[in-house]
Design a protein around this ligand. Structure first.
Ligand code: SAM
Length: 299
């Protein structure tokens, strides 16, 4: 699939927006403003993925993004006949891939960023999949979706944004049928580890990501609390696995060796990425966990 052009805004407006976003420590952009700013400038070459990828067998960034998409489908047991609800679908590439490779009966998507919804709907139409994929504007925390209507709810690298993730768990529970499954690929803070310098790096890396990517403070908790919130909501068979070693460090190494991926970003974002790539992955991502979580709604 070809790259899209960024949404119309003057180059000066875009540059000022990026400068404010990246340099101003007091800026507090909401999630929609962040994704409107990023527009369709994904560092991937063939698709428009916005995830960090799953790298054990990937040879490039697009491969890694697709591998994460398929890893999530596998963890959630996505299969033929499933009625899937996909929240935070970005530009819809993941839904097109699932429709082709896993053949669920239908996928309904909800995304809060209208500019992405328009592009994603167009891509689904171009792929000839409108009968099976229905991508809508809407929020994961207040779903315009019938109760007990989904076999599988998926949140691929987006639940950390939701205001709040706990509200999303409540909604996921409501829309799932009894026995239905939830799967998330999610970013959390890491448990405290190491001496004071390592802990300072942990706090800084979490703060940086949380403040630039609109993560509400209410979502800043670790694996045990994540598990407790799912259990409190009534989910069973909860499994939370950290896959951070297969995500952050290999992505960092790949970007350091493939400047053409970084070149696809806006020039100001490119500069920021190049600064980050001068540091080693262990310190840049020290404060960030990356989990795959699955749970089942009790029968
Ligand atoms: C990091 S991107 C991931 C996109 C896509 N899943 C992928 O992997 O390429 C996060 C996505 O979550 C969406 N999002 C954020 N908050 C949301 C909410 N409350 N409801 C639905 N979508 C939301 C954003 O618009 C964006 O598409």
């Amino acid at each position: 699939m070809s790259q899209e052009t960024p949404s119309p805004r003057s180059p000066l407006q875009a540059a000022l927006g990026y400068l404010d976003w990246l340099i101003n420590p007091f800026q507090r952009r909401g999630v929609v403003a962040v994704y409107d700013l990023l527009s369709t400038r994904s560092p991937t070459e063939r698709g428009l993925y916005l995830n960090l990828g799953y790298w054990p067998e990937a040879s490039d960034l697009d491969d890694a993004c697709e591998a994460l998409v398929m890893r999530v489908a596998e963890a959630g047991g996505m299969s033929e006949g499933d009625r899937v609800l996909d929240v935070g679908y970005g530009f819809g590439d993941q839904d097109i891939l699932w429709a082709r490779r896993r053949a669920p009966e239908r996928i309904i998507g909800l995304n809060i960023t209208a500019s992405q919804v328009a592009v994603a709907q167009r891509r689904v139409a171009e792929a000839g999949l409108t009968e099976r994929i229905d991508l809508r504007l809407g929020s994961a925390t207040e779903m315009p979706i019938e109760s007990d209507s989904a076999d599988l709810v998926v949140a691929l690298e987006c639940a950390f944004h939701f205001d709040t993730r706990e509200d999303f768990f409540r909604e996921a529970w409501r829309v799932l049928r009894p026995g239905g499954r939830l799967v998330t690929a999610d970013i959390l803070p890491m448990p405290k580890a190491g001496g004071w310098i390592a802990r300072l790096q942990q706090r800084f890396s979490w703060w940086l990501v949380a403040s630039k990517f609109a993560i509400p403070p209410a979502n800043a908790y670790m694996r045990p609390h994540y598990q407790a919130l799912l259990a409190l909501r009534g989910f069973e068979r909860i499994r939370i696995e950290s896959i951070r070693e297969d995500v952050y460090a290999p992505l960092h190494r790949y970007l350091a060796r493939h400047p053409e991926s970084v070149r696809r970003l806006h020039p100001i974002a490119r500069l920021a990425a190049r600064v980050a790539l001068r540091f080693d992955a262990a310190s840049v991502y020290r404060g960030l966990d990356y989990v795959l979580a699955t749970a089942v709604k009790s029968e």
